[in-house]
Design a binder for this molecule. Structure first.
Ligand code: ZLV
Ligand code: CA
Ligand code: ZN
Length: 390
């Protein structure tokens, strides 16, 4: 594959550390850091690495993690070992910090966390220094982690750390989250400030879908003295949303939010579990539609921090994130939709060997989101925006 010419207009940077990739949550756990290896193989086979600035992200330091996280939690994260799960004297802390089946203790856990967080911090810093206009960390996006506890496969919240960095240079930062799960950790971290507007699109079913938060009417603690009131926007969806309705809804909501709030920078979480056929997800999106949301955010030409997130069918995660890398490079048209012969692990992409297989046809769920329901969501977000100024 020929190299893609470096676009002259703006700089795109890639922040990664390959030492994240071999970490293993356990054989039955759906989170597979190996999907990052597969993504990188696609990106490189297409020659996209020639069109970006590549940075080897260093691990976030303890002090950097402590900009958001409690030190007692970090101390525990740093010293906990796989065998501790069975030790009675550790069980109180394990419960307190929410380790267990969703958030297992595996070898190298602290290294894994500090490396993926280091990537987002590095990316945010390059945006702040004007050394990059679009900075990508596919290993980040772990939106459920709380100040003092792990949650939903997430241990440290790299997005919060990245946004805190962006806030040093920008009065307002907008956060957009297209993972199929609610971005609760990021939302909660900024509940008490009007300097971050969070917007999450997700499947919502209070009792049957993790984490059970993110109803339309939960817009942050609404005390009259809280400047952050109304600065959490939630777009709760039902099963089976399709390409056309999702893209329309995304534009109808994200467009007016950016125009009203006028952020200085945007952080975009691109969780790929909103694709059709995802092992944990329940939407019907194809790679093209997921990418169309990324392309839309890019049209606003604001400094953009792009992170990964969920995504549990690795071949489709890597398809989506490779395609989205090409969109961010303005090179989507230069990419052959047939996956090149030279891709290592190409066997994972059979039988179609396409970057855009018809995902929704294979495991189709009925679209339970009526036109009226979606129109109601747009309407209610418009009403919410009356509380927001840029
Ligand atoms: O994609 O988990 O439903 C960002 C992200 O947003 C739950 N967890 C919790 C609540 C009680 N549990 C179930 C515990 C299950 C533990 C292991 C699995 C193992 C095999 C297959 C599926 C799961 C699983 N866990 C599916 N959904 C869960 C969620 C957590 C989802 C986190 C999404 C993270 C990276
Ligand atoms: Ca989401
Ligand atoms: Zn998710």
């Amino acid at each position: 594959q020929n190299a893609i010419p470096r676009p002259s207009g703006y700089r795109v940077s890639w922040h990664a550390n390959p030492d994240v990739e071999p970490h293993h949550f356990g054989s039955s756990h759906p989170m597979k850091p190996w999907r990052l290896t597969l993504t990188k193989q696609l990106v490189m086979a297409y020659g996209m690495h020639h069109a970006m600035d590549l940075y080897l992200a260093r691990a976030a330091t303890y002090e950097e993690l402590a900009e958001f996280h409690h030190t007692d939690y970090l101390d525990f994260l740093q010293q906990v070992m796989p065998g501790d799960m069975e030790k009675p004297e550790k069980s109180e802390s394990i419960v307190k910090y929410n380790f267990g089946d969703d958030c297992p203790i595996f070898n190298g856990l602290y290294e894994y966390c500090s490396l993926y967080a280091g990537g987002s911090l590095d990316a945010a810093r390059k945006l702040c220094n004007n050394q990059s206009e679009i900075a990508i960390n596919w290993s980040g996006g772990l939106h459920h982690a709380k100040k003092g506890e792990a949650s939903g496969f997430c241990y440290v919240n790299d997005i919060v750390l990245g946004i805190l960095q962006l806030l040093r240079h920008h009065p307002r930062v907008m956060y957009v989250d297209i993972d199929v799960h609610h971005g609760d950790g990021v939302e909660q971290a900024f509940w008490s400030t009007d300097r971050v507007l969070t917007v999450s699109f997700h499947k919502y079913d209070k009792d049957n879908f993790f984490p059970g938060t993110g109803a339309r009417d939960s817009t942050g603690p609404s005390h009259p003295l809280n400047p952050g009131a109304h600065h959490a926007l939630n777009v709760p969806l039902h099963d089976g949303i399709d390409d056309k309705s999702y893209i329309q809804l995304f534009k109808d909501i994200v467009g007016p939010c950016i125009e009203t709030y006028k952020p200085g920078a945007i952080a975009l979480q691109c969780g790929a579990d909103s694709l059709g056929c995802d092992r944990l997800g329940c939407f019907n999106l194809n790679v093209g539609a997921h990418g169309a949301c990324v392309a839309y955010v890019k049209t606003f030409n604001l400094p953009l921090l792009v992170v990964g997130g969920g995504g549990y069918t690795p071949r489709n995660v890597s398809r989506a994130w490779a395609h989205e890398t090409s969109i961010l490079l303005d090179a989507a048209d230069l990419i052959d939709p047939n996956i090149p012969e030279t891709v290592t692990f190409r066997n994972h992409f059979g039988p179609d060997y396409s970057l855009f297989p018809p995902l929704s046809e294979m495991r189709k769920l009925d679209n339970k989101n009526s036109r009226a329901y979606l129109n109601g969501l747009v309407q209610s977000v418009r009403e919410q925006l009356r509380y927001i100024r840029g």
